[in-house]
Design a protein around this ligand. Structure first.
Ligand code: AHR
Length: 657
């Protein structure tokens, strides 16, 4: 009996509590700004992982175009039909171009049939009907030879989708070009180079690009993929990673100076993701650097984002060799940082500024931020960071430096680095979190107690992992995206401390990936945004200039009744912007009261991103299964009655008069 009474009173209490909570309005204090939201708040993290650059955003269709992969003919095969006889031989001639030593010699031994080489592309080549394609090649005839090159793109069943011919002359290396229009669409085309005539010919830098690149730049980037980034209106663009900055070994680290200038002089190296995961081994993953530092700065400029390069700090990836450069030999690494500042910001009269100008950009890129090290840990990082900081700050106090607390958002290493960096009073600390969705929901208050006068925070890499970190079974599902949205309300609410945030990684090729989840997926023809992409986009395109309180029972809304919320005003456009996340399976009815907004326009908008299924995903076939839908909302006086849908992110925008 006693137990029954206790149960009954507990039950009545919880009913009472629920009713009380239901009765409570959300109160938005539009005239009490807590902090400015930095224009850099929501940005992008780019890394050449998952075939993000080569085979991805960099639109080159030929894999191993200069035969510099460790296995020189990887991606290529001999093409030999109808009685043709010939040979293929890789030459290595350091004297011609030390950055690009190898070339292929194709020799014909008879006049029969078809002889040449064929390239498989990056999991095939995406070819679109009606598009123009630009072929180019470096070639020279061998002594006494007369070889003409017929090139063709071939689809299913050997159907030729486009063809062109070039006729190299003489024994000197020269560049030859030809273009053609594709007569069909194919996801997995291949490319043939057929040697017609007699003798032998040397070939190098064999290249094929679509003409419909981003901004129509020759030999440029995939327009559809850059468009996805541009649509997000990101505040910054971080490049080139990620662990790729560090390299598996120091020799394989990312060296920006080797990624600029004429592309045939950019020395290819292995991609560290080539061998990282045995379960996603990718032996054909290399970095051609066709997408190099100049192009990275150009992307940032094109999409209106602050460029944010991250440089190696004299440490190789600590998940791999963890090699370090002795402290007294850091000179070249620091010089790379100083020269990068000159490359980005120096006048065209300076040594490195001139290189930028020679590449077609005389005006500076106006770089303001620089990251020193990616995911380093231990005292070896602090020792190195201090040396970088002392020299860079003395010579370039205007550049804001970003330091790191390593791969994990808590634990011994994190605590050590956080303490050291705070004692050094660094400017911005980069924190990373790859955690389960629950962690994201539970950590919406993570920054509530961070020191307002200490270093600012860059939430530089984060993504909810549906199974486990680096598991190949992780999915970009709605549960993860919704948890990230809940967490992001906490980032925005703490805009006083958090000045930058980016999901990671950015791109995944549907067949060439090593790491999942990823924000945007692409195959050779199409691209789609994940539910996580739409969360990021909604936050970024509805940023506001100042965060203001949104309260329930006079408290910030950080998960009570599965509700998370943040509010901002835009002092320029006079908008009030609410971002409300409901992580429960029930609709929540709420009145929202606006204080200090004067008269609000009666009509406002709501972008609703939701799904009933927490395991819902987008795909190439259903790219917008989970994507925002716009509705209108009506304000009565200073109140809005909202039904907050189950499992949803709602972004409400109202105009203050
Ligand atoms: O985003 C994938 C990897 O995760 C990054 O390269 C690295 O910084 C982190 O460990």
């Amino acid at each position: 009996m006693k137990n029954q009474l206790r149960y009954l009173s507990g039950f009545l209490m919880s009913v009472l509590l629920t009713l009380t909570l239901h009765a409570q309005p959300l109160v938005v204090k539009t005239d009490q700004p807590i902090a400015e939201i930095q224009p850099t708040m929501w940005g992008l993290f780019f890394e050449d992982i998952n075939m993000g650059a080569d085979g991805g955003i960099y639109a080159e269709l030929i894999k191993n175009r200069s035969f510099e992969f460790d296995t020189p003919m990887m991606g290529w095969k001999e093409l030999k039909q109808n009685g043709a006889e010939g040979s293929i031989l890789i030459h290595n001639a350091e004297l011609i171009n030390p950055a690009n030593r190898r070339y292929v010699r194709i020799k014909r031994n008879n006049d029969n049939g078809t002889y040449g080489i064929t390239n498989e592309g990056f999991r095939g080549m995406g070819i679109k009907e009606g598009n123009q394609y630009d072929f180019s090649i470096l070639a020279r005839q061998h002594e006494g030879s007369h070889i003409t090159l017929k090139v063709e793109v071939v689809g299913k069943g050997g159907k030729v989708l486009g063809t062109a011919t070039v006729s190299p002359e003489g024994r000197e290396w020269k560049k030859y070009k030809a273009s053609f229009t594709a007569s069909g669409t194919e996801l997995k085309a291949k490319f043939n180079i057929i040697a017609e005539g007699q003798g032998a010919i040397d070939l190098d830098m064999i290249s094929l690009f679509p003409q419909d690149t981003w901004k129509g730049r020759p030999e440029g980037l995939r327009a559809d993929m850059v468009q996805m980034l541009d649509d997000m209106k990101p505040g910054f663009f971080r490049f080139p990673g990620g662990c790729i900055v560090e390299g598996r070994t120091l020799d394989e680290r990312f060296q920006w100076k080797k990624t600029i200038g004429p592309i045939e002089e950019r020395a290819l190296i292995v991609n560290r993701w080539n061998t990282e995961f045995m379960h996603r081994h990718t032996p054909d993953y290399y970095q051609s650097f066709g997408l190099g530092f100049f192009e990275y700065f150009q992307i940032a400029e094109d999409i209106g984002a602050e460029p944010l390069p991250i440089l190696n700090c004299g440490m190789a990836c600590q998940f791999n060799t963890g090699e370090v450069v002795p402290l007294d030999q850091l000179g070249p690494y620091i010089q790379d940082a100083l020269d990068l500042i000159e490359f980005a910001n120096g006048s065209a009269e300076t040594t490195w500024g001139k290189k930028r100008a020679d590449m077609g950009h005389p005006a500076p890129f106006n770089m303001k931020y620089l990251g020193i090290g990616n995911e380093q840990w231990g005292e070896q990082y602090i020792e190195r960071y201090k040396i970088f900081e002392a020299i860079l700050k003395e010579k370039h106090p205007e550049i804001v430096l970003i330091s790191t607390t390593g791969p994990f958002p808590e634990g011994e290493e994190f605590d050590y680095l956080d303490k050291e960096l705070r004692e050094m009073n660094v400017e911005i600390i980069d924190e990373h979190y790859y955690k389960p969705p629950q962690w994201f929901r539970e950590n919406a208050t993570r920054y509530d107690n961070y020191d307002r006068n200490g270093p600012k925070i860059f939430a530089g890499e984060y993504a909810a992992q549906s199974v486990a970190i680096a598991s190949p079974d992780n999915k970009n599902n709605w549960e993860c995206a919704l948890a990230e949205a809940a967490f992001m309300t906490g980032l925005e609410r703490n805009a006083e401390v958090v000045v930058m945030a980016s999901y990671a990684p950015l791109f995944g090729h549907t067949e060439g990936w090593q790491w999942t989840p990823d924000l945007i997926w692409a195959d050779n023809l199409d691209v789609y945004g994940t539910p996580n992409y739409y969360v990021q986009k909604l936050f970024s395109t509805n940023r506001g200039t100042h965060v203001v309180p949104i309260l329930l029972n006079s408290e910030a809304i950080t998960g009570q009744n599965d509700l998370f919320a943040t509010a901002a005003v835009d002092k320029k456009s006079k908008d009030v912007i609410l971002k409300i996340v409901n992580t429960s399976d029930k609709a929540i009815e709420r009145e929202i009261q606006f204080e200090g907004a004067g008269k609000l326009n009666a009509k406002g908008t709501m972008q609703l991103l939701r799904s009933d299924q927490l395991d819902a995903v987008n795909s190439i076939g259903q790219p917008k299964a989970v994507s925002p839908v716009e509705e209108s909302v009506r304000v009565k006086g200073d109140k809005l009655n909202l039904s907050i849908a189950p499992y949803s992110l709602s972004v409400v925008k109202l105009k203050m008069r």
